[in-house]
Design a protein around this ligand. Sequence first.
Ligand SMILES: [Zn+2]
Length: 78
Amino acid sequence: MLRCRDLTEDASRLMDGEVALPRRLRLRLHLALCAMCRTYMDQMRKTRTLVAARPLAPPDRAQEDALIARITGAAPRD
Ligand SMILES: [Zn+2]
């Protein structure tokens, strides 16, 4: 049987459907039997969803200046 390490190494490719059928079946069997890896996959799925929902545009200059000022306590650049 595969180990948890095997599953974590293949987790992204498994979610993307990039794992060949024999390996995929073994990974699915491991998931059926291992609650920790099911939790891991669930967390990873949620993380991917959050990352995908992020806006594509970078922060604009004013947002960047405000953030730097908040972090450093420095006055915003002009
Ligand atoms: Zn496991």
